[in-house]
Ligand binder design. Structure first.
Ligand code: ADP
Ligand code: 5GP
Length: 186
């Protein structure tokens, strides 16, 4: 695989831990970082725009991408499919840019195999109770989706030792600084 000098960082952590919030803050502070936009079969949440938050696809279209090798990794999560479009990641790495993937555990494991030189960060909540508070407080998911995300969260939390580093998202500013240090941005 043709890869240039760009660095690849993966951020994984249970739904609701604050990945999206932290990543947006990181991008504001460091515009040189390129964040991969994933493909998903999940329906858009309010305010999410196609091509910005995600590429929203039908299951058929998603399966087509998988079949043609268009995804670097993909996984099912809480009843929907999510995957990282391969070509733009390779292109950005080829141009030497820092590339960031915000993906769940199974995808992170696949990327670990295909990009062993990548750096993988697990974002953990201060406690499970706080994680549940955040998922509910976000107010974007139905009860059934919340339950699926919480049960998946228990599995994901058990896998944190697989990662190169664990950052606890207690205080947002502190977690952001920890991410910057790990990504050699400060
Ligand atoms: P994820 O992308 O991991 O699913 P979000 O970024 O959507 O999580 O965050 C889930 C909720 O938690 C949001 O309402 C967000 O404002 C809140 N949140 C994120 N980080 C913190 C933090 N450090 N302290 C308190 N609340 C937080
Ligand atoms: P959400 O539905 O809350 O946006 O995302 C659900 C989960 O899917 C999150 O843990 C998020 O990190 C993960 N995710 C988003 N994009 C991808 C992707 O391209 N690949 C994989 N494996 N997971 C993804």
């Amino acid at each position: 695989m043709a890869v240039g000098t760009g660095t690849l960082t993966v951020i994984t952590g249970p739904s609701g831990v604050g990945k999206g919030t932290l990543v947006q803050r990181l991008l504001q502070r460091h515009p040189s970082i390129w964040l991969s936009v994933s493909a998903t079969t999940r329906s858009p949440r309010e305010g999410e725009r196609d091509g910005e938050s995600y590429f929203f696809h039908s299951r058929d279209r998603f399966d087509g991408l998988v079949a043609e090798g268009g995804l670097l990794e993909w996984a099912e999560f809480a009843g929907n499919c999510y995957g990282t479009p391969r070509a733009p990641v390779e292109q950005q790495l080829g141009q030497g840019r820092p590339v960031l993937l915000e993906i769940e555990l199974e995808g992170a494991r696949q990327v670990r195999r295909s990009f062993p030189s990548g750096f993988q960060i697990f974002l953990a909540p201060p406690s499970f109770e706080e994680l549940e508070r955040r998922i509910r407080g976000r107010g974007t998911d139905a009860e059934e989706a919340i339950q699926r995300r919480l049960s998946r969260a228990r599995e994901e939390l058990q896998a944190q030792d697989e990662f190169d580093a664990v950052v606890v998202n207690d205080d947002l500013e502190r977690a952001l600084t920890a991410l910057e240090q790990l990504m050699a941005l400060r």
